[in-house]
Design a protein around this ligand. Structure first.
Ligand SMILES: Cc1ncc(COP(=O)(O)O)c(C=O)c1O
Length: 456
């Protein structure tokens, strides 16, 4: 693109585009890209850059961009019928096959999927199902929803803002909805109780139990949580934690809703992360990877026996006009087939091993990487001003901007969040090659060195 055209594009974006996710008007003054097209795992931007993209659009595109198998599935289904709406009670064929496939690849007796359009509504549907379920079961007093903070983001509707642990995404919209109760999420690197695993005996899970007791189990419908707290910067659950949470839910008759919107569909080396902890939740909220980045498709996967009580006058009043687009379901199926045929669950685990080793080595060599947390293709790299005190940088935005700038100079669009510190949020495509991983590690090491030079 000619430089005049590029300037016009940026000026137009500044004038008319309200960037979402809390970017303010100065956003386009930062080292950002405007994207023209993609080649597999690379963005081609309007400024002439070719950039490796190791965040997979927030985990939504775990097979990279423009995979021919996905694009073909979408266009074939579009050429048959653009869509039907769920209120017609006439689903398209791929929706049926995708629901069946999900039931087969998910654990336990999770059977039925109700489709929606985005992760937020998949979580919201789960909460509605939980509340309605207890009414059907004659336990109408069970309505509260327990959720974790900090991190554990579940979406931007008012309902899911009320259920999320990102405080910076809540207070501006208060009053939030009644009936949501927060308790502390685990974080072994910065333990809220200043304890160490396993001597802590999972005080974080015990704290959940105490909040349940305090709130009175007869008022509690559900727990909603992630396994790995992606919203806190890829914080893995301590060993034994998820199992303990399942036991507590069972003991107090609380439905367990797991938000696997980032972690679902293979990124952690299994189809759903909960399988790693050998637990089966009562519902799984699915989004992002369910459609391999091809568009707005999401779903709530529900235990068979729970779904089956929603009959007659108790049918679930829930659905969206575009909840379950057939051509996106076709992409969902094509992506699952691609993962199976290319053995990508195993590759996700292997990428995890490589990232643990290489990012761990960069951490050891650096003065400012305090923690590296890896789960399959997901990784959090946490920068701190002082490794011994874990103190954060004072100007986190400046550090993050520098990391992004050095990343781009080295051909990589490094995703650095500043919510809870300067944390790289890596969600690398499951198709990433060893060479591309090497390119990523090189960019991270260069960015780390430059931050050390300028900020220490
Ligand atoms: C864990 C988690 N849950 C829910 C959501 C909300 O999904 P959506 O943006 O599709 O509404 C997100 C989005 O980033 C997420 O990461």
């Amino acid at each position: 693109m000619k430089s005049d055209d590029v300037e016009k594009l940026v000026a137009t974006a500044k004038k008319y585009l309200w960037p979402a996710f809390a970017r303010d008007a100065s956003f386009f003054g930062r080292p950002v890209s405007i994207i023209k097209s993609a080649e597999g795992r690379y963005f081609l931007d309007s400024f002439g850059n070719r950039l490796l993209e190791p965040n997979s659009s927030g985990g939504a595109a775990p097979l990279g961009y423009n995979l021919p198998e996905l694009m073909q599935a979408v266009s074939e289904q579009m050429s048959l019928i653009i869509n039907t709406t769920p209120s017609l009670f006439a689903p398209t064929e791929p929706i049926v096959w995708l629901a069946e496939k999900i039931a087969h690849i998910s654990p336990g007796n999770l059977t039925y999927t109700i489709f929606g359009s985005n992760g937020t509504d998949a979580n919201e549907a789960a909460v509605k199902i939980a509340r309605h379920y207890w009414k059907i079961m004659g336990k109408a007093t069970k309505y509260k929803v327990l959720h974790r903070y900090p991190g554990d983001y579940h979406g931007f509707s008012l309902g899911m803002s009320s259920a999320s642990g990102h405080s910076f995404r809540r207070t501006a919209f208060e009053p939030l909805m009644a009936g949501f109760v927060a308790f502390h999420a685990p974080n072994c690197y910065r333990c809220p109780y200043n304890l160490t695993h396993p001597e802590c005996d999972l005080l974080c899970a015990e704290e959940f139990r105490k909040v349940v007791e305090f709130e009175d189990p007869s008022t509690i419908a559900a727990l909603i949580s992630e396994n790995t707290n992606t919203g806190l910067g890829m914080v893995l659950p301590p060993p034994g934690y998820m199992q303990r949470m399942r036991e507590i839910c069972d003991r107090y008759e609380i439905l367990m809703i797991l938000d696997e919107i980032i972690t679902g569909f293979g990124k952690t080396g299994v189809w759903f992360e909960c399988e790693k902890y050998d637990i089966v939740p009562d519902m799984i909220a699915m989004g992002k990877g369910i459609v391999w980045g091809c568009g707005p498709l999401a779903g709530t996967l529900v235990r068979g026996d729970i779904t089956e009580v929603f009959t007659g006058a108790n049918a679930l009043q829930h659905g969206f006009t575009f909840g379950g687009l057939g051509y996106l379901a076709a992409a969902g199926l094509a992506g699952i087939k691609y993962v199976e045929e290319h053995n990508l669950l195993a590759r996700a685990s292997q990428i995890g091993d490589i990232m643990s080793r290489e990012l761990g080595a960069i951490k050891d060599r650096s003065k400012i990487i305090g923690d590296v947390r890896v789960n399959g293709v997901l990784a959090g790299v946490e920068f701190v001003r002082d490794k011994s005190t874990k103190e954060l940088f004072v100007d986190r935005a400046a550090v993050s901007n520098l990391i992004v700038k050095v990343g781009m100079e080295n051909g990589v669009l490094l995703p650095c969040s500043t919510w809870y510190g300067d944390i790289l949020m890596l969600m690398v495509p499951m198709t990433m090659t060893d060479d591309e991983l090497g390119m990523l590690f090189n960019a991270i090491e260069k960015a780390t060195a430059e931050v050390e030079r300028q900020f220490l």
